[in-house]
Write a protein that binds this ligand. Sequence first.
Ligand SMILES: *Cc1c(COP(=O)(O)O)cnc(C)c1O
Length: 406
Amino acid sequence: MQPMDAERRYGAHNYEPLQVVLARGEGAYLFDVEGRRYVDMMSAYSAASHGHAHPRILGALAEQAQRLAVPSRAYYNDRLGPFLAELCRLTGLDAALPMNTGAEAVETAIKAARRWGHWIKGIPADRATILVADGNFHGRTTTIIGFSSEPAYRDGFGPFAPGFRSVPFGDIAAIERAITPETAAVLVEPIQGEAGIVVPRAGWLRSLRQLCDANHVLLILDEVQSGLGRTGAWFAFQHEGIVPDGLVLGKALGGGVLPVSAFVGRREVMDVFTPGSHGSTFGGNALAAAVGLEALHVIADEGLVERSRVLGAHMLARLRAMKSPLLTQARGCGLWVGAEIDPRFASARAVCERLLERGVLSKETHDTVVRLAPPLVIERQDLDWALDRFEETLAEVARKPQPVPA
Ligand SMILES: *Cc1c(COP(=O)(O)O)cnc(C)c1O
C-alpha cells in the first residue's frame, strides 16, 4: 500500500495534507520518496526553524540519547538546570517550567494565571477570568479550543471550560473595557500566526503592558510560533521594548527534532506552583533539555535572529514589489510572512498546490493566506529561488483563475 493510502486507510482524517510524501530533510530542503527536492517555506509551523537535520542538534540528540533520556522529574537530572537557566537569561524572566507541546505549555500558563489570580491578586475562588483575542490560536486541548473563535476547531467538542473572554485582537480599548476586578491575565500572541500572520499596529503591545500594570493583570504572551528568532528578534515582545509576566515557548525550542515547550515567568507567578500541583512525565526530560539548550545555542552562534531580520525584510520587499492582482497584501515580520490571495482568482490552497508542483512547500492558513516561513538557516539564493517560483505561480493562476465558490 502506498504511504498516502495507508495514512488515509489507517489514520484519522484530521489533516488534509498536500500531495507529497516526504522522506528526508536537510537544512531548508525537503526530499520526497522519489528523491525530488523542495525548498521548505513552511518550517513545520516554525518547529523546524533550525532547518532539518541540523548537525549540532543531531549531535546533541545522539550524544544525550546514549547517556540519559527520560529519567522523570522524580529525580534531578544534570541537563535540565542549564536549559532553564538559559531560557531565563534569554527572556529576562526568572523561572521556567518545561513541558512538551505548545498546548501543554499554554495550559501551564492558564493554571499559573488562575492560581496567581486567586492566591496573589485575591480574586474569589474559581472566579478568575483570562482575556484572549479573537482569531487566537493556542493549541488543541479542550480548554484551549473552548476560547477559539474558529468554528472548525470547536464544532461538537463542547462543553467548554468557563473563565475566558475574547475581545478583538490589537484593540486596546476593547481589552480595557473587558477588564474587571476578576481578570487575572491577558493571554495573547504578539503576532497572530494561524490567523494569517496578523501584525498589530506598532505600540499596541506597549499599551497592553501599561494597561495590565495599571489593573494588576498579568500579561502572558504565547510566542510558541513567534519566538526564538522567527520575527527577527529573539522574542516578538522585544520589538516593543517590554517584558511579559509570562511567556509560552515551544515549536523551535525542540530544534526540529523533539517536542520541547516551556512556560517562563516572573518568580511571583511561577511560585504559585507547589510540589504536586502540576507536572508532566516527559516534561523536562534530559534528552529534551539537552536538545533545547543546543537549539538555543545554535540560534545564538549562527546569528539566526539577525538572518531572520535581514532575509525577512528582503522577502517582504520582494513580495510587495510583485505586481500581481492575486496578491492583495504581504504582511509579516522577519522570515514570517502571510501572503493574502484574492479569492476571486484562487484559494490559498490552490496556490500551495501549484507551488508544490514547482518545488516549493508552503501551506495555506484559512482560505486566503499562503504562509511563507522558511527555516531561519535558508540561504538567500534558495529564498530568492522560492520567491521566483511564487511569482511564477501567481502569474500562472492569474492566467487560469480557479475562483473560490462564494
Ligand atoms: C502551534 C501553536 C501552539 C500549539 O503548539 P502544539 O505544539 O501544536 O501544541 C500554541 N500557540 C501558538 C501560538 C502556536 O502557533
